[in-house]
Design a protein around this ligand. Structure first.
Ligand code: SF4
Ligand code: SF4
Length: 145
């Protein structure tokens, strides 16, 4: 009697499983073959911060004021700037963020007076060393140009 019950339950389980497969077989695919294919992330997604590229200059607009650095609650931003001429505005010559300690609070992005910061769409961020989480924003911008 127990064996018949097992056969009936097993058969029913098989049919139920196959029914789910058959129902979904012609529906649009919602997964991607990662890492061969990448998803386009929603504009609301927050990867690490990065520089906005302005079409007028083809570059960032960071004046190295240090506001983002002062607002950052986890102190993960390092920025330095220099003037190219005596009376010119400062430009960031170095900008690093240690993303491994970033809480993605958004204070740096919200308070940047030149709107040069944004969140990237990067999502496959895994590291072998804690130092791999340090991102050079100037280098990233130059490489993307
Ligand atoms: S990113 Fe914005 S807030 Fe930060 S130093 Fe540059 S201009 Fe100032
Ligand atoms: S999002 Fe917040 S924690 Fe991350 S770098 Fe900006 S201010 Fe710092």
């Amino acid at each position: 009697m127990g064996m018949i019950k097992d056969i009936v339950e097993g058969g029913w389980s098989l049919i139920a499983g196959m029914w789910v497969t058959i129902r979904r077989i012609y529906r649009p695919v919602v997964t991607v073959q990662y890492p061969r294919k990448y998803l386009d992330m929603s504009p609301a997604y927050r990867g690490h911060i990065e520089f906005e590229q302005f079409p007028e200059t083809g570059s960032h607009n960071c004046v190295a004021c240090g506001t983002c650095m002062r607002f950052c609650p986890t102190n993960v931003i390092k920025v330095q700037g220099e003037k190219t001429h005596t009376h010119s505005e400062k430009r960031a010559s170095l900008y690093f963020i240690d993303f491994s300690h970033c809480s993605l609070c958004g204070l740096c992005v919200a308070n940047c007076p030149t709107q040069t910061l944004k969140f990237s769409g990067e999502y496959d961020l895994a590291y072998y060393s804690r130092w791999d989480g340090v991102v050079d924003l100037i280098q990233r911008l130059e490489e993307s140009a």
